[in-house]
Design a protein around this ligand. Structure first.
Ligand SMILES: [Zn+2]
Length: 465
């Protein structure tokens, strides 16, 4: 065995993975170690060529008029939220009783799932000896099942969205005895089949989703694991991370639920958990704010109860001003401190200048990205009071100082936004200048006397406070 392989086997044992080799056919022996599959939870039954592609051996004489053309479409209501409902439409022809509207099963509901499920359903339910032409307007699904399929399978589907449904669809397509052709049609461009499939999709919303995902075929037809010879160190690392479950953090889950409820109250829609996590890693939020939000959601800050375990510092568990047990929630939403009241007042003033309605402050809105900069400032000032000034009220920040700190925060953010509009310097990471103008107009000082491209100038300041 070559040395590098021995190293990989050693690492796999260390991380608790088994490398399955399975019986190797004479034909494939020359390609070793191409068929060492890792990350697979079950040993593959065999590595014979026909199990790689069951369709490669069929020989059927086809008549041109025996082809069946089917149009598919998929869409999702309230995509990206917990209320998302994805549907598929399958159209065989005008007045054809086989025309179907489906409500897709499964925990993931998105446009792509709707498009993909339609194809899986066709492959599963139509006669497997009839050659099919499936016409879809989803390039994502067609490319995924054709151009990228081999690569994704070789890489063990590491980091691929909707991988279970893709795997199942590829497997049911391979079980067909007659050829299947996937064709792309431009959506909403007057193609009658596409328009009819789209109409069917809308009906799917009223259907009850199937209890279980019945399109998933027998496990033996799904390729498991990643091909060792296609792996890079980065891919392996991603695979290890994906297969190790992150420990469940109960407090964080509660906080995420609270944020979701607040957003539902404000907008009427409940975002998915992933959308909440994604929003705190948004490129528009600076790194220290991201880290502040992450730690707050995970209750990882040294405040309240945390101090009770530190001998000699137990008194810090209570808020010195309000004499109640302290928590991040108290600091941001309830505390009588000047810092909290002044900062929120200034933020509200700024908000109203923009003609926006100031939201009711709750745990969710505070941690929502919009006002997280201010929440972070309140926390920083609280840390200075508690740790640097040791709760000595004589040294506390004066209202004027608090205003200056607030202005400083806003001016730094404004300067950063202006710098980030430079697309020569930041390329794709640069932010849209129109977004900067609409965000900051009415808030900046002497706006009327500034040139139109004020964001290119240095020294533009916030004009409130
Ligand atoms: Zn307090």
């Amino acid at each position: 065995m070559p040395k590098y392989l021995r190293e990989i086997f050693k690492a796999a044992t260390k991380y608790g993975f088994t490398i399955h080799t399975g019986p190797i056919s004479q034909h494939l022996k020359g390609q070793m170690p191409a068929w060492h599959n890792i990350f697979s939870t079950k040993p593959r039954l065999d590595n014979l060529p026909q199990s790689q592609c069951p369709r490669s051996t069929h020989k059927i004489q086809l008549l041109e008029d025996s082809w069946l053309t089917i149009y598919t479409d998929g869409s999702c209501l309230e995509n990206g939220t917990d209320e998302a409902k994805c549907r598929s439409g399958i159209w065989f022809g005008q007045g054809d009783p086989r025309n179907t509207a489906l409500h897709c099963p499964g925990p993931t509901q998105s446009n792509q799932v709707g498009e993909l499920y339609a194809i899986a359903w066709i492959a599963k339910t139509t006669d497997k000896h009839t050659p099919l032409r499936i016409k879809s307007d989803s390039k994502y699904v067609i490319n995924g099942l054709t151009t990228y399929l081999q690569e994704w399978e070789d890489h063990g589907w590491i980091g691929i969205n909707n991988k279970e449904l893709f795997q199942a669809t590829a497997a049911v397509l391979r079980l067909r005895e007659a050829p299947t052709v996937l064709l792309w049609v431009k959506g909403h461009a007057g193609d009658i089949g596409n328009e009819e499939a789209d109409k069917l999709v809308k009906e799917g919303a009223n259907k009850t989703p199937p209890d279980n995902n019945d399109i998933v075929p027998n496990d033996n037809t799904i390729l498991l694991g990643a091909k060792l010879c296609t792996m890079t160190q980065a891919k392996l690392y991603k695979g290890i991370k994906a297969s190790k479950q992150t420990p469940f953090c109960c407090k964080a889950m509660i906080n995420v639920e609270r944020i979701k409820c607040s957003i539902k109250e404000l907008t009427g829609h409940t975002p998915q958990d992933s959308a909440v996590w994604k929003s705190i890693h948004n490129k528009d939020i600076s790194h220290n704010i991201c880290s502040y939000l992450w730690k707050t959601i995970h209750h990882a800050y040294k405040c309240g109860e945390w101090w009770q375990q530190i001998p000699g510092y137990e008194h810090r568990a209570d808020c010195p001003q309000c004499q109640v047990p302290e928590s991040m929630e108290h600091i941001l939403l309830e505390c009588d401190s000047n810092a909290r009241t002044i900062i929120w007042k200034l933020a509200q003033q700024m908000w109203e200048l923009k003609g926006e309605e100031w939201p009711d402050l709750s745990w969710g809105t505070v941690l929502g990205i919009i006002i997280s900069e201010f929440a972070h400032l309140i926390w920083k000032l609280r840390c200075e009071r508690c740790i640097e000034y040791e709760d000595n009220a004589d040294k506390f920040h004066s209202p004027l100082e608090i205003k200056r700190r607030w202005l400083g925060t806003m001016n730094r953010r404004l300067a950063l936004d202006c710098t980030l509009t430079n697309s020569h310097k930041y390329g794709k990471r640069a932010i849209n200048k129109h977004l900067v103008i609409t965000t900051w107009s009415q808030i900046i000082k002497d706006e009327r006397s500034l040139p139109k491209d004020w964001f290119k100038q240095s020294g533009v300041l916030v004009g409130i406070g």
